[in-house]
Design a protein around this ligand. Structure first.
Ligand SMILES: Cc1ncc(COP(=O)(O)O)c(C=O)c1O
Length: 446
């Protein structure tokens, strides 16, 4: 049998000689059957170095909301590059981008720029502690807020270390973390407003902020149950905590106003990443003026050599203008396409008796592969996800899909971009059909 990935394998082997573990972000090492090397992309499609074409639902881990190499973006970046790549000073472009964000996002009275959402999370948490004079941050079990010490507390704890339902453990998956950081986090289970109230009560007067992804995209794409967001807002108002919406993924994906506009709430601070730059390293902290006060007066430090870099600003301005041009097509069309794809995948799963249950709002969704005998119904929180998700079985189906030219994310997430069209969804489902058949034939429980 020919190896469809021989060039990627060769490059990966070569990379391990000069790049630690051969990759520049730990998670990429997990890609099966081999970390792939890409040559070019266009719209919703991408081609690897072996010449394989994929309909891409990984889409730069969600950053490429506008697709690969969208027409006009390269010109915008190129025009700026000719004028200068970096000032480490001010330029009018940064005001233009800030003004666009203010007009789009309900909570964005003021903004500050960074180069990754991980940095913005750190900025937001520091600001919240400075603002309130309190040490602790409440976050939700299983939620990912970047790879730093503070972003990963309570992310994917192993089942034997969960602690009881009422007091989830606040572990970190990495060694080398400053131990005291762990004690500054209170972890609550997602989608249990009463439990959240009890956690806040237990740590009364010590919590500076509640940070959350409005739809927990990173972990099973779990939408908030009725009343959860309202409870977070109410508790933050009552207890003087800041409400921090991490919209790194949800921002712009549900329209220019992000999940906050879509779900109807106004956070104190918002973290924006990924689609704000359409694939360049750009991210922003947006917030109410009152919450940004300590950055204004300089008592909370926020800095960075490459912040407000003109190349990234040029890209971001192009992205935000493109969103505005789409008008009501976004998120209407990506939502329709996503729901159609979810339905089609579910129909294929049913045909082959595969327990795949896509869940999520549409522009992003998670393909939950149920373990044999696991209960049906939406997964609503991290522990339930771990108990019910059959990760090895999904991994097998994902490779079958990849080999047919349909690219989803290793952990089960799928993104729809504004460059996907009805024909791409039809073709993806046509290609998925033999992948499901092969999986049904080959899959043997491990
Ligand atoms: C919700 C959320 N917050 C923060 C981050 C960190 O973003 P970055 O990788 O740009 O630092 C991510 C990245 O996936 C994310 O999904």
């Amino acid at each position: 049998m020919t190896d469809r990935h021989s060039q990627s394998r060769r490059l990966y082997e070569r990379a391990t000689e000069s790049i630690a573990a051969g990759v520049n972000s730990g998670i990429r090492k997990m890609e099966q059957p081999v970390p792939l090397y890409f040559k070019h992309g266009s719209g919703p499609r991408v081609w690897d170095v072996d010449g394989n074409e994929y309909i891409d639902f990984q889409i730069g881990q969600g950053a490429l909301l506008y697709g690969h190499a969208p027409a006009g973006m390269a010109e915008a970046i190129g025009a700026q590059a000719k004028l200068g790549t970096h000032w480490a000073a001010q330029c009018e472009l940064e005001i233009e981008v800030a003004e666009r964000l203010r007009a789009m996002i309900p909570s964005a009275e003021l903004v500050r720029f960074n180069n990754s959402a991980t940095e913005v999370v750190l900025s937001a948490l520091r600001l919240a502690r400075g603002h309130t004079g309190r040490p602790k941050i409440l976050k939700f079990e299983g939620a990912y807020h970047g790879w730093a010490d503070e972003g990963l507390v309570g992310f994917c704890p192993p089942a034997d270390k969960w602690g009881d339902d009422e007091a989830p453990t606040h572990l970190h998956p990495s060694q080398g973390v400053i131990p005291e950081v762990l004690d500054t986090f209170v972890v609550a289970r997602w989608n249990d407003p009463d439990h959240l109230r009890r956690q806040v009560e237990k740590h009364k007067g010590q919590i500076a902020a509640i940070i959350f992804e409005p739809i927990m995209c990173n972990t099973c794409c779990m939408e908030p149950v009725a009343g959860l967001i309202e409870t977070i807002r109410e508790l933050c108002d009552r207890e003087g905590m800041l409400m921090i919406a991490d919209e790194t993924i949800t921002g712009f994906r549900f329209g220019p106003g992000g999940a906050q506009k879509h779900l109807g709430f106004v956070p104190d601070l918002t973290i924006l990443g990924k689609a704000i730059g359409g694939g360049v390293p750009f991210a922003a902290l947006a917030g109410k003026k009152s919450a940004m006060q300590k950055i204004i007066d300089g008592t909370v430090v926020h800095a960075g050599t490459l912040n407000g870099n003109p190349l990234c600003l040029a890209a971001s301005k192009w992205c935000l203008d493109h969103l505005a041009e789409l008008g009501d097509k976004h998120p209407r069309i990506p939502t329709q396409l996503g729901l159609r794809l979810m339905e089609g995948l579910r129909a294929l799963a049913d045909k082959h008796d595969i327990p795949l249950r896509p869940q999520g709002p549409g522009p992003v969704f998670h393909a939950v592969m149920l373990k044999a005998g696991a209960a049906e119904g939406p997964v609503r929180e991290y522990r339930d996800y771990v108990r019910r998700q059959d990760a090895p079985r999904w991994a097998h189906l994902r490779i079958c899909l990849l080999e047919e030219g349909v690219r989803a994310i290793e952990r089960g997430l799928w993104f729809i971009s504004v460059a996907h069209r009805d024909e791409d969804i039809s073709e993806a489902l046509e290609k998925a059909a033999p992948a499901f058949a092969r999986h049904a034939k080959e899959w043997k429980p491990v």
